[in-house]
Write a protein that binds this ligand. Structure first.
Ligand SMILES: [Zn+2]
Length: 342
């Protein structure tokens, strides 16, 4: 999908602009497009989490939730006003940067382990074989195993702390990073295929389901106006929530909740496939030595029928939990810096 998208954009931009440009600007633009092309590949090719669309949507909804919040139990009013101002001013940056952790995974090999946890490698639900305390988990299984099985819940907890610290220090750059990155990890935790060993259907002969579910299906729902988030209901949900006292426990609860939906996604995929003859299920494209299976609209239409409520629910819950963790970091910060609190 990444390649298709970037090649399409590439040629579209080129034909549009060809008429007007001098040779020099053409060259500059070609270089720019080349860079864009490479970035697009990095961005989409190895994307494991919610596709970019899903990530950005959740982050945007979470920001809007805070902007519409009048008060929140446990958060001083001056702090809340500061947060609203900061998010209003930096909304676009935070929405754009929430996909950053996926983009750096090619440079930083250890980063990948922060995006998932294969919770079902630890026995049976609710997977109590795994101590929720990271130090104890490492003592029991060794660092390598714990890392290989994924660190996502602890990452969420750590980054909430880091966000609180950056707010305390009034460090604007770090705040932007931690608001955006915490968003990413909370969003990943709400994607059921981020919490299972069978993350890409490789164990059940359903390869490619990961991206079909989180990228193509989400895009299909958006294009068909089927992502319906109830702003009023979300606001109520946020008002009902409270500052998180145990962040690791909070993150693991999200993971366990997500896990319950893994089988629904896999079943929907099997169901859709059972209704569509193979020649209508997908077409094969070969590009850059890679084989791609582009699934048909018919497939996505059946998947949407089965999974649109699930996706709406995961996206809604992710935005409320994200807003809750942002508020938690805010409440925990010891911000005495008057310049930021103006
Ligand atoms: Zn991710």
């Amino acid at each position: 999908m990444g390649n298709l998208f970037s090649i399409y954009t590439h040629s579209l931009l080129q034909t549009k602009k060809q008429k007007f440009m001098t040779k020099r600007t053409k060259l500059v633009n070609l270089l720019f497009l080349f860079a864009f092309f490479i970035i697009s590949i990095l961005k989409f090719e190895d994307a494991q989490p919610w596709g970019s669309d899903g990530h950005k949507k959740i982050t945007e909804v979470a920001i809007d939730l805070i902007l519409n919040l009048d008060k929140f139990s446990g958060v001083e009013q001056t702090k809340l006003e500061f947060l609203k101002k900061f998010l209003a001013e930096n909304k676009n940056i935070i929405v754009e940067r929430c996909i950053e952790p996926d983009m750096i995974r090619n440079e930083d090999k250890d980063e990948q382990y922060n995006h998932f946890i294969d919770i079902d490698r630890y026995g049976k639900y609710p997977f109590n074989e795994l101590p929720r305390d990271k130090k104890m988990a490492i003592e029991k299984f060794g660092f390598e195993t714990v890392q290989k099985n994924g660190l996502l819940p602890w990452r969420i907890s750590d980054f909430t702390d880091s966000l609180a610290y950056s707010i305390s220090k009034a460090d604007r750059e770090k705040m932007l990073k931690y608001f955006s990155w915490l968003a990413h990890y909370v969003e990943d935790a709400h994607q059921p295929l981020h919490v299972t060993e069978n993350y890409d259907g490789q164990l059940t002969n359903q390869p490619g389901i990961h991206s079909r579910f989180e990228t193509e299906l989400v895009r299909y729902l958006m294009q068909n106006n089927a992502l319906k988030l109830d702003a009023k209901n979300l606001k109520n949900e946020l008002q009902k929530s409270s500052i998180v006292s145990d962040k690791v426990d909070f993150a693991f609860k999200i993971v366990l909740e997500s896990y319950q939906f893994v089988s629904d996604i896999l079943s929907a995929d099997n169901y859709a496939k059972s209704l569509i003859p193979p020649e209508k299920l997908y077409r094969v494209e070969k590009r850059n030595g890679r084989t791609r299976y582009i699934y048909s609209d018919e497939y996505y239409s059946i998947m949407a029928g089965k999974l649109k409520d699930l996706i709406n629910d995961r996206i809604s819950k992710a935005s409320v939990r994200l807003a809750t963790l942002w508020l938690t970091a805010l409440a925990e910060s010891s911000n005495t810096n008057k310049t930021l609190m103006r």
